[in-house]
Design a protein around this ligand. Structure first.
Ligand code: NAP
Length: 249
């Protein structure tokens, strides 16, 4: 049986952490990427190993091409040929109307969330594509319901950076499907993680939860369930899907 090896970008905290742990429990060897918080990444790796799984922590800034290539090489060399990739790393910045946004801010958001995501998927396709000598595999991108809502008065830049992920997912499902790679995306809604604190809005979940049809924010595990399902053979005929995990938002 082919060994299942998955790289989860931003696998050290929040949604990515849940994905890494859940993927391990489904038999995947996991590359846990992080960019600054090595302690959090090491904790995820230790937890996976304590449960009998295999994992390594890999430091890389997804917006830096040299980091990304080194990250994919390290995962392949230490865990084996890649058969899964989850593009989860992402950032947001403080709420702002477009009229007050600097170009530096927009560049930062798009560098990590979009360009970084594209470079990573390119490296995954170079390694998994059957035409490239790979075994085929699965790509799951973590987008956001912001991609279809637009996030007015908050983060239209972030929303746009995620809309690009949806377009990439749809295009690559057709481009890479014939090469043995399924490509799908999960679009989380409001999820309880530290991203809101990092974006200077720690009260966001409390403030916005009542506007969600299910009346609450989601948990990282609820997003991970969808991602790990898409990674699995249970989703063997799912390609080009954008799966909303947003409580009806
Ligand atoms: P989080 O708790 O802030 O965790 C972010 C993770 O990404 C961390 O592991 C972080 O590593 C990593 N990361 C950040 N910048 C990176 C970079 N340049 N290179 C590599 N890794 C980087 O975020 P989250 O809420 O779990 O979000 C995960 C994904 O879900 C993101 O793409 C986000 O846009 C999306 N999403 C989140 C929500 C939500 O409400 N939480 C909703 C919709 C979509 P370090 O700790 O080392 O920095």
């Amino acid at each position: 049986m082919t060994k299942k090896v998955v790289l989860v970008t931003g696998g050290s905290r929040g949604i990515g952490r849940s994905i890494a742990l859940m993927a391990s429990s489904e038999g995947w060897a996991v590359g846990v990427n992080y960019t600054s918080d090595s302690k959090a990444a090491d904790e995820v790796v230790a937890k996976i190993k304590a449960g009998g799984g295999e994992a390594i922590a890999v430091k890389a800034d997804v917006s830096k091409e040299t980091d990304v290539i080194a990250m994919f090489d390290e995962v392949t060399n230490k865990l084996g040929a890649l058969t899964g990739y989850v593009g989860n790393a992402g950032i947001n910045l403080p709420r702002s109307n477009l009229v007050d946004m600097t170009a530096e801010r927009m560049t930062r958001i798009f560098s990590v969330n979009t360009i970084g995501a594209y470079i990573c998927v390119r490296e995954a396709a170079r390694r998994m594509g059957v035409s490239q000598g790979g075994k085929g595999g699965v790509i799951v991108n973590v987008s956001s319901v912001a991609a279809r809502m637009g996030s007015p008065n908050e983060y239209v830049d972030y929303a746009g950076s995620k809309a690009a992920i949806d377009a990439m997912t749809l295009g690559l499902s057709k481009e890479l499907g014939p090469d043995g790679i399924r490509v799908n995306a999960v679009r989380p809604g409001l999820i309880e993680t530290e991203i809101h604190i990092a974006a200077g809005d720690p009260d966001r979940v409390a403030r916005s939860a009542s506007a969600i049809p299910l009346g609450r924010a989601g948990s990282p595990d609820e997003v991970a369930q969808a991602v790990v399902w898409l990674l699995s053979d249970k989703a063997s005929y799912v390609n080009g899907a954008l799966v909303d995990v947003g409580g009806g938002r």
